[in-house]
Ligand binder design. Structure first.
Ligand code: HEC
Ligand code: HEC
Ligand code: HEC
Ligand code: HEC
Ligand code: HEC
Ligand code: HEC
Ligand code: HEC
Ligand code: HEC
Length: 502
C-alpha cells in the first residue's frame, strides 16, 4: 500500500515538486492524447460521411353481331361451354362483341392457326382490344405494369436476384435446343410478371398460358388485360375488387393486400362491400362506395380526375427500390420512360384529389407529411447499413458473387422486404406493417449487419495474425478502447512512483 503523505499538495516540499512536475507531464500527455483522439474520431466520422451516398430526396365500335358469329354453334354446349356461359353474362355479349371479334387474326400472325375456316388464336393481346378500347391500352402501356417482364429480370447492384436459377441445372424449358424459361420462374415470378412470348407459334406454345401483368405478346405488345379482367366476363366488379390486385400485390416484399386488409378502408370494405354498386360505369365515391379499394385510389375517377389504366400516374414516390426517390424522373433504373412525364408533385396532387372526395385538405396534407418522414427515416437506415457492407466489398472481405454470404441476404431483405413493408404501410394506413413487420425489423437488420461485419472482420484479422491493417475500423475502435485506460494507468503509476520515492 502507498504511504499517505501528511501534506500531499501543499508546502514547499521536495516530494511535492517532483509530484508537481509529474502531474504536469501527466496532464500534458493526457491533453495531447485527447486532442489526437478527438482528431481521429472526427476523421472517422468524416470518412463515414464521405461513404454515404447522397439520397436524392427528394368505346369502341362493334364489328360482328352474335347472329353472325361462326363460333357459338360449336362452343355453346359441348366444347368449353364454361367460356360461352361467361361471355353470355358480359357487357360484350350485350353489345354483340363476339368470339371472332377478339380471336380472329391474320394468316401472317405467328400465333394464329386455321380453325374451321378462320385464322384464330387463343391468345388475345392488348392490340386486339385496342381497336375498341384505345385509351385503356395506351394508359396501360405507359404504366409500370406493361414493363413487368423487363423489370423482373432487373439486377440489384449489378447482381442477379436470388431466384435460385443457378442452383438448378436441369430446370430449363427448351425449344429447338434454346433455353426459353426456367421452371422455377415460369410458375413463380413470371406468373405475376409475365412471360416473353416473342416467337411463340400456334403449333408450339411453351410459355403460355400466362397472364402476367407485363406479358410480352407474340405481336410484340406488352401486358395482359386478363390479369385484372378475367375472360370472358370482363367484369368491372372483379377488376375493382382488392382481391384481384392482391393476387400479385401480396407477400413479404409487397404486402399491399395485407396492408389494405388491416386499414380502416379495408375494414369498411369487408363490413359492407357487398352492398356497393360495383358495376356502375362511372364509379362515384360516396354514392356507389364508401371507402376506396386499390382501384378506387390508383385507377378510378374523382371529380376533376379521369379514371386511368396508368397505375403509375398518382405516385409521388418510388417505394420499391433500395433507396426511395421521387417519381419526377420519368425514366427509372432501366431507363424506360414511365407514365406521362408529369412531375411528382402533379402526381401527388392527383392522389390527393382522390382522398379529398372523403377527407379534408388538412387531414390529407398531414397524412402525407407523416408518411414522407417515414420514407426519409428508412432511407437513412438503409444508407448507413450499405456503407458497412460496401466497405466489406472494398476490403475484399466478401466475394464478388451475389447471395453466397449471409450478410448479402440481410441487406437485401432490409430494403426488399422489411424496408418496403415499412414504407408501404406508412403510405397505405397499415400501422402493423409500418412498425412490427417494418421499422422494427429494419432496425434489427441493421444491428445484425453491424454484428456480421464485426464477426467477418474479426475472423479476417485472426487469419492474418492481427498484424496487418485490413481490420481498419475494428482496430481503430480497439485502439481507442485500450489507450484511454493505459494513459490513466501510466499516469497513476508515475504518480505512485513519485509519491513512494518521497
Ligand atoms: C365445328 C366446330 C367449331 C367451330 C365452328 C369453332 N370451333 Fe373452336 N374449337 C372446336 C374444338 C372441337 C376445339 C377443341 C380442339 C381444338 O383445339 O381444335 C376448339 C378449340 C378452340 C380454341 C382453343 C384452341 C387452343 O389452342 O387452345 C379456340 C381459341 C377456339 N376454338 C376459338 C374458336 C373461334 C374464335 C371460333 C369462331 C371463328 C371457333 N372456335 C369455331 C370446335 C369449333
Ligand atoms: C372481348 C374479347 C373476347 C371475346 C369476345 C371472347 N374471348 Fe376468348 N379470350 C379472350 C381473352 C383475353 C383470352 C385470354 C387468352 C390470353 O390472352 O391468354 C381468351 C381466351 C380464350 C380461350 C383459351 C382459354 C382457355 O381456357 O383455353 C378460348 C378457348 C376462348 N377464349 C374462346 C372463346 C369463345 C368460344 C368465345 C365466344 C363465346 C370467346 N372466346 C370470346 C378474349 C375474348
Ligand atoms: C369489337 C369491339 C371490342 C373489342 C375487340 C373489345 N371490347 Fe370491350 N367492350 C366493347 C363495348 C362496345 C363495351 C361496352 C361499352 C363500353 O364500356 O365501352 C365493352 C366493355 C368492356 C368492359 C366493361 C365491362 C362492363 O361490365 O362494363 C371491359 C372491362 C372490356 N370491355 C374489356 C375488354 C378487353 C380486355 C378486351 C380485349 C381482350 C376487349 N374489351 C375487347 C367493345 C369491345
Ligand atoms: C398479375 C399480377 C398483377 C396484378 C393482378 C396487379 N398488379 Fe400491379 N403490379 C404488378 C407487378 C409485377 C408490378 C411491378 C411491375 C414492374 O416492375 O414493371 C406492379 C406494379 C404496380 C404499381 C406500381 C406502379 C409504379 O409506377 O411503381 C401499382 C400502383 C399497381 N401495380 C397497382 C395495381 C392495382 C391497383 C391492381 C388491381 C386493380 C394491380 N396492380 C393488379 C403485378 C400485378
Ligand atoms: C406474387 C406475385 C409476384 C411474384 C411471384 C414475383 N413478383 Fe416481383 N413484383 C410483384 C409486384 C406486385 C411488384 C411491384 C411491387 C411494388 O411496386 O410495390 C414486383 C416488383 C418486382 C421488382 C421491382 C420492379 C421495379 O420497378 O423496381 C423486381 C425486380 C421483381 N419484382 C422481381 C421478381 C423476381 C425476380 C421474382 C421471382 C423470384 C418475382 N419478382 C416474383 C409481384 C411478384
Ligand atoms: C391492373 C388491373 C387492370 C388491368 C391490367 C386492366 N384493367 Fe381495365 N379496368 C380495371 C379497373 C379497376 C377498371 C374500373 C376503373 C373504374 O373504377 O372506373 C377497369 C375498367 C376498364 C374498362 C371500362 C371502363 C373504360 O375505360 O371504358 C375497359 C374497357 C377496360 N378496363 C379495358 C382494359 C383493357 C383493354 C386492358 C388491357 C390493355 C385492361 N383494361 C387492363 C383494371 C384493369
Ligand atoms: C386510400 C388509398 C389507397 C388504397 C386503398 C390503396 N393504395 Fe396503394 N398507394 C396509396 C398511396 C397514397 C401510395 C403512395 C403514393 C405516392 O407514392 O405518392 C400508394 C402506393 C402503392 C404502390 C406503389 C409502391 C411502389 O413501389 O412505389 C403500390 C404497388 C400500391 N400502392 C398498390 C396498392 C394495392 C394493390 C392496393 C390494394 C390492395 C392499394 N395500393 C390500396 C394509396 C392507396
Ligand atoms: C371513398 C371515400 C374515401 C377515400 C377516397 C379515402 N378515404 Fe380515408 N377513410 C374513409 C372513411 C369512411 C374512413 C373512416 C373514418 C373514421 O374512422 O371514422 C377513412 C379513414 C382514413 C384514415 C384513418 C385511419 C385510421 O386508422 O383511423 C386515414 C389516415 C385515411 N382515411 C387517409 C386517407 C388517404 C390518405 C386517402 C387518399 C390516399 C383516403 N383516405 C381516401 C373514406 C375514404
Amino acid at each position: 500500500m502507498v504511504e499517505e503523505s501528511p501534506e500531499p499538495i501543499e508546502g514547499d516540499h521536495q516530494g511535492f515538486r517532483i509530484r508537481k512536475q509529474h502531474l504536469q507531464a501527466f496532464l500534458l500527455t493526457t491533453a495531447i492524447v485527447l486532442v489526437v483522439l478527438l482528431f481521429a474520431s472526427m476523421q472517422m466520422e468524416a470518412n463515414d460521411a464521405d461513404d454515404i451516398d447522397p439520397i436524392a430526396s427528394d368505346g369502341g365500335e362493334t364489328r360482328a353481331s352474335e347472329g353472325d358469329d361462326p363460333c357459338i354453334d360449336c362452343h355453346e354446349d359441348d366444347i368449353m361451354p364454361g367460356i360461352t356461359a361467361d361471355w353470355r353474362k358480359s357487357r360484350h355479349a350485350e353489345e354483340d362483341v363476339s368470339c371472332i371479334d377478339c380471336h380472329e387474326g391474320e394468316e401472317s400472325d405467328p400465333d394464329t392457326e386455321l380453325h374451321n375456316g378462320y385464322w384464330v388464336s387463343p391468345v388475345v393481346s392488348p392490340l386486339d382490344c385496342a381497336e375498341c378500347h384505345p385509351d385503356a391500352v395506351e394508359e396501360n402501356d405507359r404504366s409500370l405494369h406493361s414493363l413487368g417482364v423487363d423489370y423482373y429480370a432487373l439486377l440489384f447492384d449489378g447482381k442477379k436476384l436470388p431466384y435460385l436459377e443457378s442452383q438448378i441445372d436441369d430446370g430449363y424449358i427448351m425449344r429447338d435446343g434454346v433455353e426459353m424459361d426456367h421452371a422455377a420462374t415460369l410458375r413463380g415470378c413470371q406468373a405475376c410478371h409475365g412471360t416473353d412470348m416473342t416467337g411463340e407459334t400456334a403449333d408450339n406454345w411453351t410459355v403460355w398460358p400466362n397472364n402476367g401483368i407485363g406479358r410480352i405478346n407474340p405481336d410484340g405488345s406488352k401486358g395482359s388485360c386478363s390479369a385484372c379482367h378475367s375472360r370472358h366476363s370482363f367484369s368491372l366488379k372483379e377488376a375493382r375488387s382488392p382481391e384481384t390486385c392482391g393476387q400479385c400485390h401480396m407477400g413479404p416484399d409487397h404486402p399491399q393486400i395485407e396492408i389494405y386488409s388491416e386499414s380502416k378502408h379495408g375494414n369498411i370494405y369487408a363490413a359492407e362491400g357487398d352492398t356497393w354498386n360495383w358495376e356502375e360505369e362511372d364509379w362515384k365515391a360516396g354514392e356507389d362506395y364508401r371507402a376506396p379499394t386499390c382501384a378506387g385510389c390508383h385507377m378510378s375517377s374523382a371529380p376533376g380526375l379521369d379514371a386511368t389504366h396508368d397505375v403509375s400516374s398518382r405516385l409521388s414516390w418510388e417505394l420499391e427500390p433500395a433507396i426511395s426517390r421521387h417519381t419526377d424522373n420519368t425514366a427509372n433504373s432501366l431507363g424506360y420512360p414511365i407514365s406521362d412525364g408529369s412531375t411528382w408533385q402533379e402526381k401527388r396532387n392527383r392522389m390527393k384529389t382522390v382522398c379529398e372526395q372523403c377527407h379534408g385538405e388538412t387531414w390529407v396534407d398531414n397524412y402525407y407529411e407523416q408518411a414522407d418522414l417515414a420514407v426519409d427515416l428508412y432511407n437513412q437506415q438503409y444508407t448507413d447499413a450499405k456503407v458497412i457492407v460496401d466497405a466489406l466489398y472494398d476490403d475484399e472481405l466478401l466475394t464478388p458473387e451475389a447471395f453466397d454470404e449471409l450478410i448479402e441476404f440481410k441487406i437485401y431483405e432490409m430494403w426488399h422486404h422489411e424496408g418496403r413493408r415499412a414504407r408501404m404501410g406508412a403510405f397505405m394506413m397499415g400501422p402493423d406493417y409500418t412498425q412490427w413487420h417494418g421499422f422494427y425489423e429494419v432496425f434489427q437488420d441493421r444491428v445484425d449487419i453491424e454484428e456480421m461485419n464485426h464477426t467477418i472482420r474479426a475472423a479476417a484479422a485472426e487469419e492474418n495474425g492481427h498484424d496487418d491493417d485490413e481490420d481498419k475500423d475494428d482496430n481503430e475502435v480497439e485502439w481507442i478502447a485500450w489507450t484511454i485506460p493505459l494513459i490513466f494507468l501510466l499516469g497513476f503509476v508515475i504518480l505512485a512512483v513519485a509519491v513512494t520515492r518521497k
